[in-house]
Design a protein. Structure first.
Length: 317
């Protein structure tokens, strides 16, 4: 049996409303017809989407995994439905994918600069991803170029390292460590920590920077660097992140250099199916490279080449 978009829409509606009746009304089906559609979808998939043992429908483990993909698929379907409207636009569309931790302070200013510079013919969409989700969400949010600390493997994307970002211990200004220029592992071994969740690749990548922590030292585990830094900003604990992400809380916090030389790569990435990067994209990469250099982080040779190309007489900015 073919999986139809109406079945997926109904399934998502059931999850979002928490009620088969409400979902059926939303899709304009009778309750009995909606129940039959969900049962047919489960038969097609070969597993139960909902646990029906209680008074309310709750997602099974398989249903939860399927919902993530179904939700992304519906977003793609909406774009397909809206495609004729977008096609009539006279402006070229630049689709940018960004990883959240560097969006506000590094990527967004560069994108706005390029947008203003090319306002007569360019418009922009930006999709902000969490690093653990981009493996799936990149399919529902196609992009022309992306930026961020992308640790996961993607055979369908080309990646170039613009800079290798050193890590910093971020503490509130009231913490005595904020007066230090650098710290070793033992210097912050007794601090209370805000950690990234264990399933985050960044957690594993920087694990050697964290001291052995007692349970009472772990104040919180979160899936977002931005949330972790905001908690540090409220003096809830300390957090280890890269020096570029730490800019977002620089007013109330100190980002202290670590003696450990570990770094994390900051990439520009794009689909391998792209023939080449547009001039506007190359200019955007150059703006981001300039921002990185301006805060004192060394660029890779590849990062410098984007900047040099943008500054050459043959490539006016």
């Amino acid at each position: 049996m073919e999986i139809k978009s109406k079945s997926i829409k109904l399934f998502c509606a059931v999850v979002e409303t928490g009620s088969l009746l409400a979902a059926a009304n939303k899709i304009a089906l009778s309750t009995s017809a909606a129940s039959r559609v969900i049962s047919q979808l489960e038969d097609r998939l070969g597993f139960a989407l909902f646990d029906r043992s209680g008074k309310q429908l709750t997602l099974t483990h398989e249903g939860t995994e399927f919902y993530r993909i179904a939700m992304e698929s519906m977003r793609v379907w909406k774009k397909l439905e809206d495609f004729p409207k977008h096609k009539r636009s006279s402006k070229k569309l630049l689709r940018v994918a960004v990883l959240a931790r560097h969006c506000s302070d590094v990527i967004l200013p560069a994108v706005v600069t390029i947008l203003k510079r090319n306002a007569d013919h360019l418009r922009v969409t930006m999709d902000v991803h969490e690093s653990r989700d981009i493996y799936y969400s990149k399919h529902s949010h196609p992009f022309d170029v992306g930026f961020g600390t992308l640790l996961s493997e993607h055979d369908d994307m080309k990646k170039i390292v613009l800079a290798n970002l050193p890590y910093r211990l971020v503490v509130h200004r009231t913490n005595p460590l904020s007066e230090r220029n650098s710290v070793a592992l033992g210097d912050y071994a007794d601090e209370d920590f805000i950690l990234l969740s264990h399933e985050m690749l960044e957690h594993e990548h920087c694990a050697r920077l964290h001291p052995p922590l007692k349970p009472e030292q772990i104040m919180a585990e979160v899936s977002s660097t931005q949330v972790a830094l905001r908690m540090v900003n409220r003096n809830a604990g300390v957090h280890i992140t890269d020096s570029l992400a730490a800019i977002s809380v620089s007013q109330n916090c100190a980002a202290i250099a670590l003696e450990d030389p570990l770094t994390i790569p900051f990439y520009v990435f794009w689909p391998v199916s792209s023939e080449s990067l547009w001039p506007e994209i190359q200019d955007c990469v150059a703006e981001i490279a300039r921002s990185i250099l301006n805060v004192g982080i060394e660029l890779t040779p590849e990062g410098r080449s984007f900047l040099e190309d943008a500054q050459s007489p043959a490539h006016p900015s």
